[in-house]
Structures are given as C-alpha cells and as structure tokens.
Design a protein. Structure first.
Length: 125
C-alpha cells in the first residue's frame, strides 16, 4: 500500500469497469449498498438504501453530489427482518461505530452521538 492509498479492504468493490459509454458499476450487498469503503453505522446497520447518486435530480454521471447519493428508506418489513428488536439494532450500530472509532475514521464525540441516536430511535420497537 503506497502513501495516501486506502487499504484494499477499504476500496469500493468494482464489478464492471467503466467503458466508453457507461460508468463503472460497484458491487452491492443484499441491501443494495455498495461494498467496500469506510462502513459507518448508517451503512453497516442500515435503515435506508444509499443509491450513490441523486435519483431524479440528475443522472449519475453529471451529479455534483453523486458522492452523497440519495437515501431511500427501507419498508417496515425489511427493517423488521434486519432488526427483530431494538436491542439488535443498537448492538449493530454500536459494533460498527466502535470499529470506526478504533480505526480512526470517527471521533469519540461522533461515536457517542451515533450510538445515542440509535438508542433513541424507534428501530426495532
């Protein structure tokens, strides 16, 4: 790994490479969230799907905000399957958050806020 390059496990996982007529396609998990990269709690304990681009506002290749993407909430059935209880949800958020804190991707303040928000949420209730 050279200076300034992310570890291979952090790189987004690309399925199809960019061609002259289409952008590269990222591989996605069962929740249709791109694999690889820094997996914050919103990604590893999702309640919404992040598309990776702003659907309906502009096409993926010309969007100035394509890195942020659009978040589309999961339906109630999907959330209930992912998190049979509130405790399950909070545990998954805490695990992802502690890993990112340990790896230096977030601050203690952000970690505490993330877990507190999960504890106060209605997910799994």
């Amino acid at each position: 790994m050279g200076a300034g390059e992310p570890a291979a496990t952090l790189r987004p996982q690309v399925g199809d490479r960019r061609t002259a007529t289409s952008p590269a396609t990222l591989t996605r998990d069962a929740n249709q969230i791109a694999r690889g990269g820094i997996r914050l709690a919103a990604v590893d304990a999702p309640t919404e799907r992040n598309t990776g681009w702003n659907i309906g506002l502009t096409d993926a290749t010309s969007s100035a905000c394509r890195q942020g993407g659009t978040w589309i909430p999961f339906d109630e059935t999907t959330v209930n399957v992912l998190y049979p209880s509130h405790r399950d949800y909070v545990t998954k958020v805490r695990q992802a958050t502690e890993r990112n804190l340990r790896d230096g991707f977030i601050t203690r303040r952000d970690a505490d806020r993330t877990v507190r928000d999960a504890e106060r949420s209605g997910v799994g209730r």
